[in-house]
Write a protein that binds this ligand. Structure first.
Ligand code: ZN
Length: 154
């Protein structure tokens, strides 16, 4: 994808998911959750996960208030992690974080299709202050699967 195409797609995804977030709700049967805070921007999100007996994510949802980027990223995340194990979600979190900070290419064994969806949001690279907005929901998910109830981007 060219940089221009990626930037257009980035804006489309932020607008779409930011205005109509998917899985914006509090599930009754959540098995773990965490609250995330990005003090830099003021985003506050709570991520709810329902894990099955094998540690696979059956349901992922979120609530809270934040800027369009943090909400869009959380929305996309809840779609992407569904059906994956907590460990797979953690690997995606690290791959996404590397993408957003320009730390390096995704590992060769990575799930290309999923990374392409995430790559759209890595457009935040151009706006360093927004990287924490884009990664807040992932920090929060990581805290939830690690048994912590609070996550902060700081
Ligand atoms: Zn934000």
């Amino acid at each position: 994808m060219t940089m221009d195409a990626l930037r257009d797609l980035y804006q489309d995804v932020i607008l779409d998911h930011g205005r109509n977030p998917r899985n914006f709700r509090r599930p009754d049967d959540a098995t773990c959750f965490a609250r995330g805070h990005n003090p830099l921007c003021g985003d506050r999100l709570t991520v709810f996960l329902t894990l099955d007996g094998d540690g696979r994510i059956e349901d992922a949802a979120f609530e809270g208030e934040g800027c369009a980027i943090s909400v869009a990223s959380a929305s996309l995340m809840t779609e992407i992690v569904r059906g994956r194990t907590a460990e797979e979600a953690r690997e995606l979190f690290h791959a996404f974080q590397d993408m957003c900070t320009g730390a390096g290419p995704a590992p060769a064994d990575a799930d290309t299709e999923t990374l392409e969806r995430l790559e759209v949001l890595s457009g935040v690279r151009a706006y360093p202050a927004r990287v924490k907005c884009a990664t807040l929901s992932w920090h929060t998910l990581n805290a939830a699967v690690s048994g912590e109830e609070q996550a902060s981007t700081e």
